[in-house]
Design a protein. Structure first.
Lengths: 287, 378, 68
């Protein structure tokens, strides 16, 4: 077969839907590539992947991928994903979400999914703003940053999502940025390979709204701003809170190896019923 | 072998769900529905199913939608505040054509109001609660046996028409104990897989109809979205025609099949001068009221609505040709009565007995209205 | 051989910025959407590391595999 001279990530995409709707310079497409690269290096087959997302720019990613995909309601992707995974544990369920979707409207689902350690791989594209609705501040917007709902600069403190998810009990947590796509791909690979709840925060650029509102006029200005504010977890451990205020700490976070949910529920069913899970039973006649 | 049990209405619902093939339940504790979740947590693992207690009702309904797409029959149960929280994802269920069963054991409302008392104040919420145009199916049991039977029927309708079906129970049927007869065989509708062809279109359904539902992970590679979508399932949100065709089909698949879905029960109507139209628990007082009225020489009949939605328009219209007076006892300040009035369109007088506070109508209260109407006519 | 898909490129310049060998520069060629496309001006410097392919948000770059 002659190799098609196109991006190596195109083979995973629904060709008829390209180009995708992301703005020029948006980091979502880079995170998509990093996901495919991480997947290729993982133990998981693309054929076993199903994707779930909520609402927002990042949640549009699954719609472009050639697999079964569930584009759900704002903030609730993890609940739908939990149902898919528990309903059929053979599926490898990947969730794409954003900072608003996961940490604001979906915050309670996020910490509870991490607490249950339900076997999902969650990729959270954090661009520090609500892009789909036109540039409002989000729960990760840095203090002092501007958005259409913070014309005088945000006076609130931002969340550090990866740390929250780690504290809530996820098996694997990491943060990287679109300026570190190789490391991001590696983290996604690790997340896919680990059992339990894996959460990879991908700090990303929204040039259209975040950049424009915050005097970072071009994609490259914002991209370099992210890169320059990055610090590794190891270095960060030696710094104090004030020094870290405007820093993006990257690396692997919690990995407490707690029991994962699917295995526990499978064991429960086998114990009580003496048989396997009734997967796909909606298609079967009952005895 | 036919089995007899003496059970709580909420337990009968759980037993009906298992009999119908439900193998996944997600829920959140709330009075007066909690016994359904408790019973499901006990039963499901015995049948290879999965129970999960979620962090809230929004999560519960999201989870059963996800599990439905994994290839399972799924259910959740809740009441008042919980059903309000679920409304957005119920709309998602309609637009994505996801089969699932939602049990609403109604309680005194609005807000937290009366957790342990009965009401029928969500009759219109099930019809209009989620934003947008849609046509729901709802069934209202009036006994423990019906709670079992209607749960099975709810699953069958959910599968047949691919949509969320609500069981509009209330605290009275949920918390009452009665004899339940469990038949050895029940008719259940199973899901069929679509044929996977090169030009497979997952949402290409016939007019007034639906199309077989695939399970995730079997190679269909479908995209399911709450956005307006074309026959491939892809978002097409700015095209008026796409939206019109999609929403019209989702509504018509219920409306065009009213004859198949609607269910009523008529008693003593042949010679009746007055007919009592009831739904759910208040029906329990209707029989006694009719008996007392007939002992006093007043000919009263009963039309019981099993499926408040879609509203059985033809059946109600036809009784308006036969009698001049219709009585509607409801455990609210007047909801279903407006539907009766709309359908009757002035052909008969419609009298509401609206009762709130949490206690069922006494037969005497219905009799009083019967006599008042009878005396007015004489 | 580096190929830029002019139908997919949105002209964000990330490839120009990330390439460690400074292979890309801005061209004066525009696509149908009036986007100035990048051009692999210094293609002989390319080591096929794949960073531009991985970073390109629009899946518009083909570099090919590293030659052993």
């Amino acid at each position: 077969m002659v190799e098609e001279k196109v991006s190596p990530y195109r083979k995973y995409l629904r060709e008829e839907r390209l180009p995708h709707l992301f703005c020029p310079g948006c980091g979502n497409g880079t995170v998509m590539n990093a996901f495919f690269k991480g997947l290729e290096q993982s133990d998981i087959d693309f054929e076993d992947i199903v994707m779930v997302s909520g609402i927002g720019c990042s949640s549009r990613v699954p719609g472009y991928v050639k697999c079964d995909s569930l584009h759900t309601t704002h903030g609730r992707a993890l609940t739908f994903a939990t149902g898919l995974k528990l309903g059929n544990p053979d599926l490898d369920v990947v969730v794409f979400t954003g900072d608003g979707d996961s940490a604001s409207i979906g915050g309670n689902h996020l910490i509870n999914a991490a607490r249950r350690n339900v076997d999902l791989t969650v990729i959270c594209i954090n661009n520090n703003i609500y892009g789909m609705t036109g540039g409002q501040i989000s729960p990760t917007s840095p203090r002092g940053s501007f958005g259409t709902t913070a014309p005088y600069g945000s006076r609130e403190n931002p969340f550090r999502i990866a740390e929250i998810v780690g504290a809530a009990g996820a098996s694997y947590v990491a943060r990287w940025t679109t300026a570190h796509p190789m490391q991001l791909a590696k983290a996604i690979q690790k997340g896919l390979n680990s059992t339990g709840f894996s959460f990879i925060e991908a700090v990303s650029q929204c040039p259209t709204y975040y950049g424009r509102k915050n005097k970072l006029k071009t994609t490259i200005d914002l991209y370099n701003h992210i890169k320059e504010h990055t610090i590794t977890k190891r270095k960060a451990e030696k710094m104090d809170v004030t020094e870290l205020q405007d820093k993006i700490i990257v690396g692997d976070f919690e990995n407490p190896r707690r029991g994962a949910l699917c295995k526990a529920l499978k064991e429960l069913t086998e114990e009580v019923s003496g048989g396997p899970l009734a997967t796909k039973s909606a298609y079967e006649e009952l005895d | 072998m036919v089995e007899e049990q003496f059970v709580l209405g909420n337990e009968a619902c759980a037993l009906g769900a298992i009999a119908a093939g439900c193998r996944f339940f997600a829920g959140y504790p709330i009075t007066p529905s909690t016994e359904i979740a408790e019973k499901m947590s006990y039963l499901l693992p015995k049948y290879g199913g999965t129970f999960i207690q979620m962090e809230d009702e929004i999560a519960s309904i999201g989870t059963i939608i996800g599990a439905s797409w994994s290839g399972l029959k799924t259910m959740t149960a809740t009441s008042g505040p919980g059903i309000s929280l679920m409304q957005e994802n119920i709309g998602y269920g309609f637009i994505t054509e996801t089969p699932m069963v939602i049990v609403n054991v109604q309680r005194g409302s609005p807000s937290t109001a009366q957790p342990t008392m009965s009401a029928q104040a969500d009759m219109m919420q099930v019809r209009w609660g989620s934003h947008g145009d849609y046509e729901p199916i709802a069934l209202a049991p009036s006994s423990v046996q019906e709670f079992f039977d209607f749960t099975i029927e709810a699953f069958n309708l959910a599968e047949k028409y691919r949509l969320p079906v609500t069981i509009l129970a209330d605290e009275v049927v949920g918390h009452m104990r009665e004899k339940l007869i469990i038949p050895d065989k029940v008719n259940i509708v199973t899901r069929t897989r679509p044929e996977l062809t090169d030009d497979y279109l997952p949402f290409d359904a016939p007019e007034n109809g639906t199309t077989p539902m695939p399970a995730f992970g079997e190679g269909y590679n479908i995209h399911v979205t709450g956005l307006t979508h074309d026959k491939r399932g892809y978002p097409d949100t700015n095209n008026p025609e796409t939206h019109h065709n999609l929403i019209k089909r989702l509504c018509d698949k219920v409306l065009a099949n009213r004859a198949d879905i609607c269910s009523i029960k008529k008693e003593f109507c042949d010679d009746a001068d007055i007919i009592i139209v009831s739904c759910g628990s208040p029906y329990r007082s209707v029989g006694a009221a009719i008996k007392m009225a007939r002992e006093e020489g007043i000919k009263v009949g009963s039309l019981k609505i099993n499926t408040p939605w879609p509203f059985p328009e033809e059946e109600i219209k036809s009784i308006a040709n036969d009698v001049d007076n219709i009585i509607v006892p409801e455990m609210n300040l007047g909801q279903m009565v407006h539907e009766v009035e709309r359908v009757v369109a002035g052909k008969a007088n419609v009298h509401l007995i609206g009762k709130i506070g949490g206690v069922l109508h006494k037969p005497e209260e219905i009799l009083e209205k019967i006599k008042e109407i009878h005396e007015g006519e004489c | 051989m580096i190929i830029i898909d002019s139908k997919l490129c949105k002209g964000c310049d990330i490839c120009i910025n990330v390439c460690p060998k400074k292979v890309y520069s801005k061209s004066d060629r525009v696509n149908a959407k009036n986007v100035y496309l990048p051009f692999p001006e210094n293609e002989e410097g390319c080591t096929k590391c794949g960073l531009c392919e991985l970073s390109c948000p629009d899946q518009a770059i083909y570099v090919g595999k590293e030659v052993e």
